[in-house]
Design a protein around this ligand. Structure first.
Ligand SMILES: Nc1ncnc2c1ncn2[C@@H]1O[C@H](COP(=O)(O)OP(=O)(O)OP(=O)(O)O)[C@@H](O)[C@H]1O
Length: 447
């Protein structure tokens, strides 16, 4: 402490006390005023000379400084009624060598509307920060980030370029992991709304009972304020509604109103608000089928589907496979600080013949793991997850004598081991054979 004081001249200390808090008072152990700043005196309509040395209760009405001195417990953010208004005050006891020598008090909000304003300002700032955190948690994609040169992908990219600048809603259909998010982002980036927010909501991830407030906001009667939902947050920008098929029918009606009348009504409110949003929606199941099952409103569907981008699953556009493979391999090599990694021919074949239910996302994840796990410069099939290796289990004949069938199985198993591993010692070890037996079998099967 002494050390600090040496560096902090009294004049500076006084300046800090004058300015650090709007209103500030220090009392001694008998609750007599030792210090009070100018601003506080002005408000109390006393001079500083009059105030200093007086019992604090004579100068500040409803003060609780003496209670804090008695209890030794701070009293923070507590309402204090002075001159006809409620203010928010902090009162803190001062201890020296374990003994209470006084207390200080500060008024942190001069009236409760100050507080209300600030609290609503803090909330909006927090909402914006939250939005940014979520926005930044995934990359902002552009059309050129979408790899692949299959006719399907080229066509969809071309259509995206044409329709993006308009304000029309867009529906993107495709299985999970096909790149729907990437297209939604690209549409926003290429539109005149790109300087305004891109807000995403995944209807399947938000619990149904919270979806209405998440989308349309909620009115809080206590604070008399509206907490904005995603629609309002996307004002002037793009609202990306992922998995729109999970949107309940009642909310589908509200969304349609937001699109047609450019108006929303927050939950618990009777007041409509104007909004200006472009909707990009995506679904990994066919919405037309949901209409037949009466789970999706026909009017909303027709409003959305005028521009539909249908992204085929990866297995139906394997022309993109090599582009995607090379792209991810380069990317993850760079991330992992590796200079040269290739795929063994068998690894490549296994990947190529897999049916990719998780689409591009699955390919990306598998390559990432394989690059990080690769000990040498070649990724062997053993680095692939079992679902890929199992999808390629060799088939064998089931007719003939048992001896013939077993010989066929033995040949196929040896063949697949030899393709995966060049070190025969390793193969013999894995199959529980001596090296000489392995060589005999290789010779017998002409491998
Ligand atoms: N054509 C592509 N080029 C490069 N990366 C791609 C491509 N398609 C998808 N990806 C990558 O695959 C991952 C999944 O893509 P995205 O999130 O856009 O899929 P999605 O269809 O929206 O999936 P979901 O329906 O599960 O939300 C992303 O990390 C993205 O980088």
């Amino acid at each position: 402490m002494d050390n600090f004081q040496q560096h902090l001249p009294t004049s500076v200390l006084a300046e800090i006390l004058e300015n650090a808090f709007q209103w500030f008072v220090v009392v001694d152990a008998d609750s007599k005023i030792l210090y009070i700043n100018e601003d506080y005196c002005r408000f109390l309509e006393v001079t500083r000379e009059e105030a200093i040395g007086k019992p604090v209760a004579d100068i500040i009405e409803n003060t609780k400084m003496h209670e804090v001195i008695k209890s030794g417990v701070p009293d923070n953010a507590s309402p204090h009624y002075i001159k006809g208004t409620y203010m928010l005050a902090n009162r803190v006891p001062l201890f020296v060598d374990g003994k209470i020598v006084g207390a200080f008090g500060s008024v942190i909000f001069r009236d409760m509307s100050d507080w209300k304003r600030l609290s609503s300002h803090v909330r909006t700032t927090m909402e914006r920060m939250q939005l940014n955190i979520e926005d930044n948690s995934y990359t902002e994609y552009r059309l050129e980030d979408i790899k692949g040169s299959s006719p399907a992908i080229r066509k969809i990219k071309e259509t995206t370029g044409i329709i993006a600048p308009s304000d029309l809603p867009v529906l993107i259909e495709g299985e999970s992991g096909t790149g729907k998010d990437m297209f939604a982002h690209s549409i926003h980036q290429l539109s005149e709304r790109s300087d305004f927010p891109f807000v995403k909501v995944n209807c399947a991830e938000v619990p149904v009972e919270l979806l209405e407030r998440e989308l349309f906001g909620v009115y809080n009667p206590l604070t008399e304020t509206v907490q904005n939902g995603r629609v309002k947050q996307a004002d002037k920008g793009t609202l990306y509604i992922d998995e729109i098929s999970a949107l309940p029918l009642t909310l589908q009606a509200k969304l349609l109103r937001a699109m047609q009348e450019e108006e929303i009504t927050p939950l618990n409110s009777e007041q409509s608000e104007k909004v200006n949003i472009r909707i990009v929606a995506s679904s990994n199941i066919s919405l037309s089928q949901l209409i037949e099952e009466k789970k999706f409103r026909e009017d909303l569907y027709y409003r959305l589907q005028a521009i539909t981008l249908k992204i085929p699953p990866l297995r139906e556009r394997m022309e993109d496979f090599v582009d995607l493979l090379n792209f991810f391999l380069q990317k993850f090599m760079l991330h992992a600080g590796r200079r040269h990694i290739t795929l063994a021919t068998k690894t490549r074949e296994l990947l190529q013949s897999y049916h990719w239910p998780g689409n591009v996302r699955e390919l990306q994840n598998i390559l990432q793991a394989a690059v990080y796990l690769a000990e040498k410069d070649t990724i062997m099939p053993s680095a692939l997850p079992s679902q890929i290796k199992l999808s390629n289990v060799p088939s064998f004949q089931t007719t003939g004598t048992l001896e013939d069938i077993l010989a066929e199985v033995e040949k196929k198993v040896l063949q697949s081991y030899l393709e995966e591993e060049s070190d025969k010692r390793q193969i013999a070890k894995q199959l529980g054979l001596s090296r000489s037996t392995l060589y005999e079998k290789i010779k017998k099967h002409n491998l």
